[in-house]
Design a protein around this ligand. Structure first.
Ligand SMILES: [Zn+2]
Length: 650
């Protein structure tokens, strides 16, 4: 999924979007169980395994139209019981929709329908028992906003109504009775949509038939036989025309993949979008080369043009607001990462969005060249570091109805998510190995779900590069490092003292950094400096003076450069220490060149008033959020020698 920035702003300025009647944790504790106990359990003796079944088949048969969010029809679900026993069947359906009737294994049922949840008490079933449940329903559930299940809008340029669905993360229940569980993919899905003659309906998989009903309506029959997650099913309906292109990934030996586009039925719409749509085959061929063959090559890829502010990677049929290169690449890349492999929990949304966002960079790199890719990464880094903290991993207690924008945080989930994959590529330091590992991961988790740690383990096993501390610091951790270098020449050559301070709760990042030297006259060199602590030293044998020193010259890493300055220190002085961040508002990290000897530390303001005093051997991190703003002096002494640093508290 990708949204334009305007919508993000609206969300932060009080714009309201789909709100469920209760807020609860989706991943940690099944949401329905909570309301279950509140509204239903008290009055009826039922089990807590109501959703413990595998959905093997779904068939939707719905009347839809471009002018409103009204839908009417039926949903059939075939399922198998996964628990030893099951005496209650559970589904979600937005209570704004009207339930007309429900049959459970042929028998007419009267489900309890409370807080958009359906509970059907059934005769006790056992492991492996087959279920067929058919629900007839109608109505309009739209509450407006980006995360609304069904949205209807009007395009003023071409004068077209359009209605589309967007179910991620919690809104599938706005348009079909569903069990919203990321752990279970539906084996195959048939979607039959009936609309007026002049319109078309796009959906997942293959368009197997268009039936003329002889009453001014047509039925579009779509079928997919690839496993699909509940939130990746969709429809879009409008007065569309079809414009198709074909990709020829090398793995298909000359055979091709259809890229089927439903755009507004107006010649100007085609001429406005054609050049961009025509880039789609090369994007698919590039991703197929890097990640492995397009995962749904037996069916198709496609796009339905709508008024969505961005795009949504519905499986084999993206719902898209425009065909801009970055958005097109992002949504197509999702077919590998976000459709074929999906996040196992919403906390691990990185598995979808980080990889789709990094694929925008990959598309720039291999189709437009390195300098375009560099621009992409530069602006990503700037956005990431526009705030000091925040993790790409979404903490479980931040995943709930109404908090969708934390899951889809543009800075943390998308841009930092992309940049930390780029850093893994840097750590592996071998592009052939990196992309082979990506393909291996893609094969390993095909048609399945993955957590961030699943990806980590897969990459470690394939490449032999250990990533434990990397994930602690960059996936679960917050903030970024700032590097300063104090350099001098000794009898061996250039000597570097690299100081690292960090912006947030992660006290230390251990990625090695590259240092670039330009000697003038076209002479230069780049070397890697291991970062072993907040104060690392590095001895080179470079004796030639240079005119420019740069940290991370190719911009691989999320980091800032502090000061690069000539010093006299060789860090043989055991009292040498670094203190930061500077300026700071929350805490100070103090790190020493030597961690074996006792030091007395004192912090005082410029009037000499003492605000902290303690002794330590090793580096410490202290909370100074209570101090007034202003300058402070940090002194360290071993009794003989004293070193002082000045810091600014903001
Ligand atoms: Zn996305």
């Amino acid at each position: 999924m990708k949204k334009i920035f305007l919508l993000l702003l609206l969300a932060f300025t009080g714009y309201t979007f789909a709100q469920a009647p209760f807020n609860t944790n989706i991943d940690g504790k099944c949401n329905h169980q909570q309301s279950f106990s509140n509204s239903f359990k008290n009055s009826t003796d039922v089990s807590y395994v109501a959703d413990n079944y595998h959905m093997s088949f779904v068939k939707l048969d719905l009347l839809v139209n471009s002018g409103s969010t009204y839908i009417e029809g039926s949903a059939q679900i075939n399922a198998q019981v996964l628990s030893p026993t099951l005496d209650t069947f559970y589904l979600e359906l937005n209570q704004a929709l009207s339930l007309d009737s429900m049959r459970f294994n042929g028998e007419l049922m009267s489900p309890s329908f409370v807080n958009s949840e359906l509970f059907v008490i059934v005769d006790e079933m056992t492991l492996g028992d087959e279920i067929t449940i058919i629900t007839y329903y109608h109505g309009s559930s739209s509450s407006g906003g980006f995360f609304s299940g069904v949205t209807s809008e009007y395009n003023y340029t071409y004068g077209k109504d359009v209605t589309w669905t967007l179910s991620e993360p919690f809104a599938a229940r706005d348009w079909w009775p569903v069990r919203q569980n990321l752990n279970d993919k539906i084996d195959s899905v048939y979607q039959y949509y009936t609309c007026i003659d002049s319109e078309m309906v796009g959906s997942n998989g293959d368009l197997t038939d268009i039936v003329d009903n002889g009453d001014g309506t047509k039925t579009y029959k779509w079928q997919t036989n690839y496993p699909v997650s509940y939130y990746l099913m969709s429809f879009s309906v409008s007065d569309y025309m079809e414009y198709n292109v074909w990709a020829k990934p090398i793995q298909m030996d000359g055979d091709s993949v259809l890229i089927q586009n439903f755009i507004y039925n107006d010649p100007n719409c085609l001429s406005n979008h054609q050049a961009n749509i025509d880039l789609s085959p090369s994007i698919m061929e590039t991703f197929s080369e890097k990640y492995g063959l397009y995962p749904f090559s037996e069916e198709k890829y496609g796009n339905c043009l709508t008024e969505l502010g961005g795009g949504m990677e519905h499986q084999t049929m993206t719902t898209i607001g425009n065909f801009g290169f970055g958005l097109n690449a992002h949504e197509m890349a999702h077919q590998w990462y976000g459709d074929n492999i999906t996040c196992a929990t919403w906390s691990d949304i990185w598995i979808n969005e980080g990889f789709a966002s990094y694929s925008e960079y990959i598309a720039e790199e291999f189709l437009h060249g390195q300098s375009n890719a560099n621009s992409w990464m530069n602006s990503a880094h700037n956005y990431i570091m526009s705030e000091s903290g925040g993790s790409t991993y979404v903490p479980q207690d931040e995943v709930y109805y109404g908090n969708e924008w934390r899951i889809f945080d543009g800075r943390l989930t998308y841009k930092k998510g992309a940049a930390i994959i780029h850093q893994i590529r840097y750590l592996i330091n071998d592009d052939d190995m990196f992309f082979a590992a990506m393909q291996n991961y893609t094969d390993e988790y095909t048609s399945s779900i993955a957590t961030g740690l699943d990806f980590k383990n897969s990459m470690e096993e394939f490449t032999g590069v250990e990533l434990d501390s990397y994930f602690d610091q960059w996936y679960f951790g917050e903030g970024y490092p700032t590097y300063s270098i104090e350099y001098s020449f000794n009898e061996t050559g250039l000597f570097l003292a690299v100081e690292q301070t960090t912006s947030s709760s992660t006290p230390f990042f251990d990625l090695p950094i590259e240092v670039y030297l330009n000697f003038g006259g076209g002479e230069d060199t780049t070397f890697k400096v291991p970062i072993t602590s907040n104060l690392s030293t590095f001895q080179t044998e470079i004796t030639e003076d240079f005119i420019l020193m740069q940290i991370d010259p190719d911009n691989w890493l999320i980091n800032k450069t502090g000061n690069i300055f000539v010093g006299t220190s060789t860090l043989e002085n055991q009292m040498e220490f670094v203190v930061g961040p500077n300026p700071t508002s929350q805490y100070l990290q103090i790190s020493f060149a030597d961690n074996n000897m006792d030091k007395a530390i004192s912090i005082s303001d410029l009037s000499g008033r003492l605000v902290r005093q303690f002794s330590t051997k090793e580096g410490v991190r202290i909370d100074i959020s209570d101090l007034n703003s202003g300058y402070y002096l940090v002194k360290a002494t071993d009794g003989n020698e004293t070193i002082t640093r000045k810091i600014l508290k903001q």
